[in-house]
Design a protein around this ligand. Structure first.
Ligand code: SF4
Length: 291
């Protein structure tokens, strides 16, 4: 991938961001700026717009318990922390105590309280054991965890934020740059969308594309994928569509309902006429509670 390929991709995204900003300003809705497109929202908008709107609405209701995570999401957060611990500090000694201490240190007090309440259903031991696969990583790979991969467009009026689970290699290491997402559950198209989105953000952040992105599933092999210009074009199209859709939704367009996997954990599932139970509930441990 050349620098000019990346410049073209950035130019297309800047154009999409400016169109979104102009739409909102034209509707006198500048209060919606900056438009925020975290990774989860970009992927959610591609799956079901109404779901993305519902999640954003519930997340804003901090006083109603709307931030409560499902059991699978709590388990996913625990797995992320165990991998971080293995990569950055060494072996997990006591899964519960180490997890609570990490969440405390990061100011994630609400998540810590939910972990305490759900301790007996979370099965932290197997998650911590699976994360041990990350121990002993060669420091020459220069491993980093939870690195920011934010891209701001239209002078900061559109903000596409993300944090990669693990980054390896890159310029300072003289090894290929690889982005790894830690995933809980069976391989799913949504996971592919997430890693290719990160490939785009990291490419725009660093000025060059990572050599590969990969998904790591507990107990499974690393599923890697080369980052080609087509991969980045596809991710950029998805992001441009998400920017446009989020601006239109803020301007008053009704959200489109697309039933699928997110129906299983959708805040609007009880009232949405398009609700359908997901065929793939991402159920690796047999608990039926999708991440
Ligand atoms: S229930 Fe399904 S179709 Fe309806 S908003 Fe939620 S995810 Fe979309």
């Amino acid at each position: 991938m050349s620098a000019s390929d990346l410049a073209l991709i950035r130019g297309d995204l800047e154009a999409a961001a400016r169109r979104g900003v102009e739409l909102l300003e034209g509707h006198g809705d500048s209060a919606a700026l900056p438009l925020r497109l975290p990774k989860g929202r970009v992927v959610a908008l591609g799956a079901c717009e109404r779901h993305a709107v519902a999640v954003a609405r519930e997340s804003a209701r901090v006083d109603t318990g709307g931030d409560e995570l499902s059991l699978r999401m709590l388990a996913g957060r625990a797995l992320d922390v165990f991998v971080e611990l293995e990569v950055s500090e060494g072996p997990v000694a006591d899964p519960l105590e180490d997890l609570l201490s990490w969440l405390d240190a990061g100011g994630e007090f609400a998540v810590r309280d939910q972990v305490i309440a759900a301790e007996h259903d979370l099965h932290l031991g197997p998650l911590a054991s699976a994360a041990r696969a990350w121990s002993g990583l060669d420091p020459l790979w220069w491993p980093r965890t939870q690195a920011s991969a934010a891209v701001h467009l239209a002078g900061g009026a559109v903000r596409c934020d993300g944090r990669t689970d693990v980054e390896l290699g890159g310029r300072c290491s003289a090894r290929p740059s690889v982005v790894v997402e830690v995933k809980l559950g069976r391989p799913h198209q949504v996971h592919l969308d997430e890693v290719t989105h990160y490939a785009l953000l990291v490419a725009l952040r660093d000025g060059f594309a990572p050599a590969a992105v990969a998904r790591w599933y507990p107990g499974g092999a690393l599923a890697d994928m080369a980052v080609t210009v087509d991969v980045l074009h596809s991710a950029a199209l998805r992001l441009a569509d998400a920017i446009g859709a989020w601006a239109e939704l803020h301007a008053g367009r009704p959200p489109i309902e697309r039933p699928g996997a997110p129906c299983s954990w959708c805040p609007d599932a009880g009232e949405c006429p398009s609700f359908e139970p997901a065929r793939d509930p991402f159920d690796p441990f047999g608990d039926g509670d999708p991440r």
